[in-house]
Design a binder for this molecule. Structure first.
Ligand SMILES: [Zn+2]
Length: 244
């Protein structure tokens, strides 16, 4: 249960690896191989594996910890596999965002500063296309207007093993009606964030990630996450009972 993990300091190896993974993914649109990690950082296989484990405990990456080649599955805001959100930079496909919520923070990565990042996604319930353009953490255009992010998993279940199930539960929907249809389809209730609320929800991450080399561990703390969402005006009633 990697929730409420006591704050710890990332090692120098973990910081070096994190910085390289960010730089590589921004430049290449994909995560690095173990060979690329080794050449760029000088870390041995074992050092890289151990550093990845630290980064996963600190909720920076998801890596197959059993893989001798340190198979990198996610490094927020990026996904190694085809996700619900494709990101386009300079008019060309760049990478898959981790999920709808991670896509919100994407444009704040320093290499994308001043650039319009386009996201192609769809309404979770009906596959209607959704297109968003973001620049420096602000939306330039949103089509259709009023798109919401449905989060269909209580924070008490986030990161039980890793964050994949959490990210999978964060999807764009056209409006509240489409969200209700999605809830019926998945037999799962959730909460709705407006894009403004989502932007504030990820702001601290967006402003620190890759901007601060020493950015510290931010543990997954369910109670604080729910309180924060509530303070932003998100109706968290679907999560209240999960506190008991
Ligand atoms: Zn829909």
């Amino acid at each position: 249960m990697p929730q409420n993990v006591p704050v710890f300091q990332f090692s120098e190896n973990a910081l070096k690896l994190r910085q390289f993974v960010y730089e590589h993914w921004c430049a290449e649109g994909r995560g690095p191989t173990l060979l690329e990690v080794h050449r760029a950082t000088g870390l041995t296989r074992r050092q890289a594996q151990q550093a990845y484990k630290e980064l996963q405990l600190g909720t920076i990456v998801v890596v197959d910890q059993d893989a001798m080649n340190a198979s990198l599955i996610k490094c927020q805001p990026f996904s190694s596999f085809p996700s619900q959100v494709s990101a386009y930079v300079d008019g060309e496909f760049h990478s898959f965002a981790g999920c709808a919520m991670e896509s919100v923070a994407f444009s704040k990565m320093p290499p994308f500063a001043g650039k319009e990042v386009r996201f192609e996604s769809w309404c979770a319930c009906c596959f209607e296309p959704i297109t968003l353009v973001s620049k420096d953490l602000e939306y330039v255009s949103v089509e259709p207007e009023g798109v919401l992010i449905h989060v269909g998993l209580s924070p008490y279940e986030w990161n039980n093993v890793d964050i994949q199930r959490m990210c999978d539960s964060m999807n764009f929907v056209i409006d509240a009606e489409h969200a209700a249809a999605w809830e019926s389809q998945t037999a799962r209730r959730g909460v709705l964030y407006t894009l403004e609320q989502a932007t504030e929800f990820v702001r601290s991450t967006a402003e620190n990630r890759m901007h601060d080399y020493h950015w510290g561990v931010v543990p997954v703390m369910p109670e604080i996450i729910i309180d924060f969402a509530k303070a932003l005006g998100v109706d968290v009633s679907a999560w209240e009972a999960s506190r008991a």
